[in-house]
Design a protein around this ligand. Sequence first.
Ligand code: DGL
Length: 259
Amino acid sequence: MKIGVFDSGLGGLVIAKALIEALPQYDYVYFGDTKHLPYGEKTAGHILKYTLDAMRFLINQDCRLIIIACNSATAVCLRYLQKRFCPKYAPDIKILGVIIPTVEEALTFNTEQIGVVATPTTVRSDIYAVELKKIKSDLNVFSLATPTLVPAIEKGDFDLAEKEVIRYSQKLKHLPVLILGCTHYPIIKDLFHKHLPNTHIIAQTELMGKKLADYLKRHTEIESKLSQNQSRQFFITKKTEGYLNVARLIDSDIDLKLF
Ligand code: DGL
C-alpha cells in the first residue's frame, strides 16, 4: 500500500518532494488536478466533488494513507472525508491534511500575533484562525487572501509573483510570524523572506516531512501496511501552460502522466 499526495495542481509537488526526502523508503502516488485549478476560487461544492474524485483515484492506485497537500481542499473537505466518507466507503484509508500540522508548528513561536496568507477559499473558511485559537484563544490572527500568486506560479512567471509579493507585503510587514497557507507558496518562499525580512516565515515543505514521520511512528498499524519499494508515480489531469517549467523546478527528471 502506498502514500497518496493530492493537490489541485503542481504546487503540491513540493510537499510530495519534502515527504519523499524525509521518508524515501515508501511508495508514493501524486495526483495534481491541474484541470480544475484553482480550487482557491471555487465553491465548496465543486471543491468537494473534485476532491472526492481524487480520493477515489488514489484509493484505486492502492494508497492506504492520503495526504491532502492542498490547503483549500483541506479547509473545505477534510472533516467530511474523515467523519463521513472514510467510515462509510473507505474504512481502511487514512486521510490527513496540512492545516493542523502547520498550526502546531506556528504555535511553537511564542507570539501574540500570527499572519496567514492563503487562497480566498481558505481565508473565507477562517480555518487557520479557528484552529490556532482552539489552542491559544487570545491569539491575534491576521488572514490575507493572496489570489494572484497561484496563477503566476503555475505559469512559471516569477517576476509577476515577486511584484505581487511586494504588493501584499505592505499589509504583512508588522507580523512576527507568517504562515504560507497554500501549497504553492513554498516555491516562492525566498520572495517572502526577501520582502519581509523581519518576519518568521512558516513553509509547509519544512514541516510536513517531520510531521508525517512522527505520525507513522505513532501509528504502527498504518506504517506496517505501507510498501517500501521506493516507487514514485505522478499524475496530473491537464497539461497546462508552463506546467513542465514548474514541475522541473521541483524535479528535473519528473515523469508526469496524464490521467
Ligand atoms: N493548492 C491550493 C491551496 O493550497 C492552491 C491552488 C488552488 O487555488 O487550487 O490552497
